[in-house]
Design a protein around this ligand. Sequence first.
Ligand code: KG4
Ligand code: ZN
Length: 346
Amino acid sequence: MRMTLRLLGIETSCDETAVAVVEAGAADRPLGRILANVIYSQLTEHRRFGGVVPEIAARAHLERLDGLVEQALGEAELGFGELDGIAATGGPGLIGGVMVGVMTAKAIAFAHDKPFLAINHLEGHALSARLTEPVEFPYLLLLVSGGHCQLLTVRGPGDFTRLGTTIDDAAGECFDKTAKLLGLGFPGGPAVERAARTGDASRFKLPRPMWRKPGCDFSFSGLKTAVRLAVEPLPKNDPQAIADLCASFQRTVGDVLVDRCSNALALAPSETLVVAGGVAANTYLRGRLEGLGVRLVAPPIKLCTDNGAMIAWAGIERLRRGMTDALDFAPRPRWPLDARVAARAA
Ligand code: KG4
Ligand code: ZN
């Protein structure tokens, strides 16, 4: 066997069709090298509906995926025969899109007699920090994306303990909603972050759900409502008010994340805190988490939001341990990372 592993990674769980080729040592040399990382964002297809439409997403994945696979292999200068495995997001996510990615990956794996790996999208985020920085297991993970907000102890692929989760909305959803209320467009996170740069974070007093409560759970629906109530009386076209509200909102989210992470560190001490998922792209929030006094590791900004490299990387972590999947794997619309939580949900 070669000393390196090269994996194709396919991500189709939401509104980005993404394909990557990642290479890494076959033994446990931690870091990977991204040979190609291509992405087609379906933003324009969904924009006029103000959110992601599942049927449109599935169709767009189907139309784009083969071309992107070809493009990624072209950039990596590899043929299918030179790959060591094919990884695809197997869930959770919009099931039509997940099916497109899984079927494509299975077909390539079958035709070229390569291992197939079904990756939990959240595991893709959870392990992505190890692609670019040496991070030893176990570590504490703050996973903050458009669909999830969780604190977990990560011991390895498929080995997670969930310490807390949101009881209502995800953090990214709250960013998106705030942006929508302020007419800043979709996706909201980057727009809110940009507007917040020139804002006064002390102007609006917003509630900090779960702040200083025991445990590690999150809640964002009250904050969402408070933002809506704060927006209503504002004059239209007042960029300073928008900036001030974005800054106040972002600071509130920062307060909550710091408080929840510090409870998690007390419950499950760890030298390293990894933050991953789309919201981890936020520079202000990264700065706040740096203040917790442990080593903070965040993937490079473009690997925080959905991408194929994190799926290929999770595939490498699994292949190194012989954790491959059968070709009868069924895509999973829901798929908790913590097996005990999964058992309870079944
Ligand atoms: O991980 P991701 O790409 O998709 C999911 O798995 O959900 O996360 C997308 C979420 C969106 O809600 C988006 O608004 C948010 O991540 N996001 C951000 C930033 N960039 C993306 N939130 C705050 N600040 C950002 N810079
Ligand atoms: Zn994601």
